[in-house]
Design a binder for this molecule. Structure first.
Ligand code: HEM
Length: 452
């Protein structure tokens, strides 16, 4: 009956208002298809207008879900971790990363989550800036220089992949990198697939790929444990060494899971941002010119330093504007660990809760003319608290934020010091499936500065 599909309650009278959609699949298809069409915010805004601007209910990925909206919704979910809510990942993610840090409710995983930021804090990452710069130079020399036209998305993936394997594991050899590239792509498609574990399904391939990677990682970790004490490798050469030195009682499998989570977390996110940055710089000459001025202040061939990156405030504002308009993750889930009331509606224990970037990032209440690209939004005190949330917030905030900032800035610097850019398909759209990418991979014409 219609009562089953619609529930329009008033504050104080029960569950948040909303539509549950079809049995089992609920509203999942609409949710994802709007992303695939390039406007994931439509799903959210339609329902905020129809039901309630604070919180509405829906049914996603087989779960009864309440979508929290606006700065107040973000703040509520971010600040109630382990009090009223806990991190929750869809079944497919959980299965592929089984026994990983993503299963937050497990004792060991909480310990892991505490350890993680140690290796990814600004201070810990200082020493790796020279390495990022070095890899960027090689990456541009191999993939971009002397080419009239390139397809950006696969190149950006290659860039973040190279950096991650070097920084975490000291792996640079192209042959070794190749061995991991395919499993990582399988893993990524497994995570977003329909979770049916039968031979040949993307989900099944994802699980197999993650087992393969985990096994390889355990072997690398075992070898490293032998090499570290007799000085065969340096203690500061990568994040793995750092992890092993500060956590001697941690199991190899736990470390492997942690590295797997970090490699995955960094795989599609930062590469998506780098790609979108190229698109906006190609489209917006005045932004590009500003960018070049900053980059030119550095002598050719001179290595980038921590201080240089700190000075790139304008560049980071450009990146933030890209993160606002094309957030790599549109949001994340929590689970209610107790019954509670929010904004007058009751949220039952066990319900899944979803916070999302779009209800604030694309909302004129928080960002005037939200579709306009304007890095000056981040000048001064910047956006209001809990309105700009590409990395989430609170206890589960992305631990890779600083790492991502550095690799994105290094990428931008090398890009604009080398080329002027022109899009091959000027109206190429960015769609979300579920991370944002350009429909044609973003072919770009390159004009080296020396030839201008
Ligand atoms: C621009 C790039 C990135 C963006 C926008 C991003 C965004 C996010 C978001 C929104 C979350 C979910 C937070 C939540 O549950 O509320 C997350 C989690 C996570 N990210 Fe990132 N991320 C990026 C890059 C990275 C990088 C480079 C790494 C690793 C070096 C990384 C590692 C992780 C991990 C391990 C988690 C899970 C943390 C947990 O469950 O507690 N991310 N990220």
């Amino acid at each position: 009956s219609l009562r089953f599909l619609f529930h329009k309650s008033k504050p104080g009278t029960g569950l948040p208002p909303g539509r549950t959609g079809w049995p089992v699949i609920g509203e999942s298809l609409e949710f994802f298809s709007m992303g695939r069409k390039g406007h994931p915010e439509k799903f959210i805004f339609d329902r905020m207008a129809k039901y309630s601007p604070a919180v509405f209910r829906t049914h996603l990925l087989g779960e009864r879900t309440a979508v929290f909206c606006g700065a107040t919704g973000n703040k509520f979910l971010f600040s109630n971790e382990n009090k009223l809510v806990q991190s929750w990942w869809p079944f497919s993610v959980d299965k592929i990363f089984s026994s990983s840090i993503r299963t937050s409710y497990k004792e060991e995983s909480i310990k892991m989550r505490k350890m993680l930021p140690n290796f990814l804090q600004p201070e810990a990452l200082h020493r790796y800036i020279g390495i990022m710069d070095h890899i960027a130079r090689h990456h541009f020399a191999d993939g971009w220089d002397n080419k009239k036209e390139v397809v950006v998305f696969p190149l950006a993936k290659n860039y973040t992949f190279r950096i991650a394997f070097r920084l975490f594991l000291s792996i640079e050899d192209p042959k070794q990198l190749d061995k991991f590239a395919k499993p990582f792509n399988l893993l990524a498609s497994g995570v977003i697939s329909i979770p049916i574990d039968l031979p040949g399904t993307p989900f099944n391939k994802g699980i197999k790929a993650s087992n393969f990677i985990r096994k390889e990682l355990v072997a690398i970790i075992k070898q490293r444990k032998l090499d570290l004490p007799n000085g065969k490798v340096s203690s500061s050469q990568d994040i793995l060494s750092q992890m092993l030195l500060t956590s001697d009682d941690t199991q190899e499998l736990d470390i492997a899971n942690m590295i797997l989570a970090l490699l995955t977390g960094s795989h599609d996110t930062a590469s998506s941002v780098c790609t979108s940055i190229v698109k906006y710089l190609a489209e917006l000459p005045h932004i590009y010119e500003q960018q070049v001025k900053i980059a030119r202040s550095k002598a050719a061939g001179e290595l980038l330093s921590w201080e240089d990156l700190q000075k790139m405030k304008y560049s980071w504002n450009v990146a933030c504007e890209v993160l606002r308009l094309a957030s790599p993750l549109q949001g994340a889930f929590r689970e209610a660990i107790a019954d509670f009331t929010y904004n007058g509606f009751s949220i039952p224990k066990g319900w899944k809760l979803y916070w999302n970037t779009n209800s604030t990032h694309k909302n004129p209440e928080f960002f005037a003319e939200p579709t306009r690209f304007d890095p000056s939004r981040f000048e001064g005190s910047g956006p209001a608290p809990y309105t700009f949330v590409p990395f989430g917030g609170g206890a589960r905030m992305c631990p890779g934020k600083e790492y991502a900032r550095l690799e994105i800035l290094v990428f931008m610097h090398h890009l604009v010091t080398r080329f002027k850019l022109e899009m091959v398909f000027p109206d190429e759209k960015i769609v979300m499936d579920p991370t944002p990418f350009p429909t044609k991979g973003l072919p770009i014409r390159l004009f080296p500065h020396t030839s201008i």
